[in-house]
Write a protein that binds this ligand. Structure first.
Ligand SMILES: Nc1ncnc2c1ncn2[C@@H]1O[C@H](COP(=O)(O)OP(=O)(O)OP(=O)(O)O)[C@@H](O)[C@H]1O
Length: 246
């Protein structure tokens, strides 16, 4: 695994109708270290999805570069959206196998299903799954391609808190076994502290980085909500410019 460098000098949305052109991202530079779990935290509309779409090469209309350190190549990306986007006419296992494009990876799929506690549901169609289970399938599908970088755009939004917590813990268990580099977007600072090695705070449009903070709490202590809340308060009390954003 290698570091991944993201540099976006500018992302401009052109004028449409009455709306003037505007810079969504300006002077954004971030290095993701190999195997690091990084959370992006910023207000609604600040440009987080725009950034992920650029990193995933879904949007190529910008001034900048995304590259794996020391290479010119675009990293291999797994992208987990808010909506799990499963094909309804394929079973759980078939949805996962689809991204493998015929590659024989039966053991990998078995391992991923087991870690995400979905082995029993592998032959079920998506309509029979709860939202939390569908999100777990989407996570498996992204890990299955063995990406250099995993992008997650608020993947636990609209889950009830106990389900979000369960899926988060399963994700962390999988990530510990397969430590890919992760860029995870959330509005929720508690969720970010529970997950991340590093928190990147973002300003509203044009989006730029206003804070880059390492989470010092050992991972096994992060099951304790009090630890997370204490760090959240300490962080916000020491950084009024970040508190103002959230
Ligand atoms: N296709 C587009 N054309 C013009 N402006 C756009 C387009 N897509 C997004 N924007 C604008 O760019 C800015 C950033 O939008 P973006 O969706 O990336 O923010 P976000 O941080 O992901 O928002 P949220 O947290 O609400 O999902 C917003 O002002 C938005 O209105």
């Amino acid at each position: 695994m290698s570091d991944i460098q993201i540099e976006i000098r500018q992302k401009l949305y052109p004028a449409v109708g009455q709306a003037a052109s505007h810079a969504a991202i300006q002077d954004f530079k971030l290095t993701l270290h190999a195997g690091e779990f990084v959370c992006l935290v910023g207000p609604s509309g600040c440009g987080k999805t725009t950034l992920l779409n650029i990193v995933a090469a879904l949007d190529q209309d910008y001034d900048g570069e995304i590259r794996v350190a020391r290479q010119q190549a675009q990293p291999k990306i797994g992208y987990i959206f808010q909506n799990p986007r499963l094909l309804p006419w394929r079973t759980v296992r078939q949805n996962i196998e689809l991204v493998l494009q015929g590659r024989d990876a039966g053991e990998t799929v078995d391992f991923l299903l087991e870690t995400m506690q979905l082995t029993r549901f592998q032959h079920v169609y998506p309509e029979r799954l709860s939202l939390g289970m569908s999100r777990r399938v989407a996570i498996i599908r992204a890990f299955a391609i063995d990406p250099e970088l995993l992008l997650m755009d608020e993947p636990f939004v609209s889950l009830d808190p106990p389900t979000a917590r369960q899926v988060r813990e399963l994700l962390l268990e999988l990530w510990r076994k397969r430590p890919h580099t992760v860029l995870f977007v959330t509005h929720d600072l508690r969720e970010a502290i529970a997950l991340a090695d590093r928190l990147i705070f973002l300003s509203p449009s044009p989006m730029s980085i206003v804070g880059d903070i390492r989470v010092p709490i050992p991972r096994d202590l992060r099951r304790d909500e009090n630890e997370i809340e204490a760090f959240r308060r300490q962080l916000l009390d020491g950084a009024p410019h970040i508190k103002q954003l959230l």
